[in-house]
Design a protein around this ligand. Structure first.
Ligand SMILES: [Zn+2]
Length: 325
């Protein structure tokens, strides 16, 4: 017998502030029955807003499901849209006052300073989820296509799920580049699968990317039995390329200056093609050029114009075998 969906917003972490207020960090829980739980986390970095909109779109979809197909939710979906509230309030990437990147504070400690306490509370809340999706935007400097980043240590488990997420790229990272103090690494190490989605640009929302990820998350919810198999979810139309250290090429600025792009983000480029120029605000000349090193896909492009010698300008992914993986 089906159970109608219940929705509630609750506090999962609270701490007394130095003056009158308490800080309360909240989640929204949609629960339909005793089935598996999927959790979506966003706003660990206070300058990344794409995931907040993903949570809004999921909540709107689940509200609609409640009306059209009560009983369609077999498990529960938890939304944690704004984990680093102090950072979001002040347009700060890290946790203000503590000058800490919250995504370097995991697994945290219940008796530690604020960043550690918050990390520990989030770990406790998320542990046992069938899947956690940690949504990041890029920073304000670079624009990224919708992608999932996976540590090769956990690729056997995570790549098959990631292929269902309706994203355009699965980027496998070698063990040497892994940061062990991230939420994803801490959860995966404890047996709760966690995928890191990254897309768009900092301080902005890219609605089409967010809707693309929402369709993927709902498809995975159905795969996992969080949603009933007969629930219709938005269509998924994207197939990811696979990238790793062997086919991703980094382009760094040869000179400092102002970057003026000549190519569009997320397009095919040919070896030697002009991607942009770096010009001087003081003089009329072009200081240096950024050109594609290989035939491939321009999947990262500089968004913020002021650059220093050595700044990352673009990443180009050479196709493996020429077809989607
Ligand atoms: Zn982030």
């Amino acid at each position: 017998m089906s159970v109608p969906t219940a929705m509630k917003t609750e506090t999962f972490f609270t701490i007394e502030m130095p003056y009158r207020e308490r800080m309360e960090i909240r989640r929204t829980v949609f629960s339909g029955g005793g089935g598996p739980r999927l959790s979506v986390v966003a706003g660990i970095h206070g300058d990344e807003l794409e995931g907040l909109y993903v949570c809004h779109r999921l909540a709107a979809w689940l509200d609609e499901l409640q009306r059209t197909s009560p009983g369609g939710l077999l498990g529960s979906i938890e939304l944690y849209p704004a984990v680093n509230t102090l950072g979001l309030d002040t347009l700060t990437r890290g946790l203000p006052v503590f000058d800490t990147d919250l995504n370097r504070a995991f697994p945290g400690s219940a008796g530690g300073p604020l960043p550690e306490r918050l990390a520990a509370a989030l770990m406790t809340a998320l542990t046992g989820s069938a899947l956690v999706v940690d949504v990041h935007a890029s920073n304000i400097y670079l624009r990224e296509i919708p992608q999932v980043r996976i540590n090769q240590e956990f690729d056997d488990l995570l790549v098959p799920i990631a292929r269902r997420m309706n994203l355009d790229l699965i980027w496998l990272h070698g063990a040497a580049t892994v940061l062990e103090t991230t939420l994803a690494h801490s959860l995966n190490s404890c047996g709760t699968p966690c995928l890191v989605a990254e897309m768009g640009v900092g301080m902005r929302i890219t609605p089409e990317y967010c809707d693309q990820l929402v369709a993927g998350i709902l498809t995975v919810c159905r795969d996992l039995g969080v949603l009933a198999s007969d629930v219709s979810v938005p269509e998924t139309t994207h197939t990811p390329f696979i990238a790793d250290d062997s086919n991703v090429h980094y382009l760094n600025a040869q000179t400092s200056g102002m970057f003026i792009p000549a190519a569009s983000h997320w397009t095919d480029v040919r070896r030697g093609e002009l991607l942009g120029t770096i010009v001087s605000p003081l003089r009329g000349d072009i200081l240096s050029e950024v050109r594609a090193p290989v035939d491939g896909i321009l999947f990262t492009l500089r968004e913020y114009p002021l650059v220093y010698e050595g700044s990352l300008m673009a990443r180009v992914m050479a196709r493996k075998g020429g077809a989607p993986a």
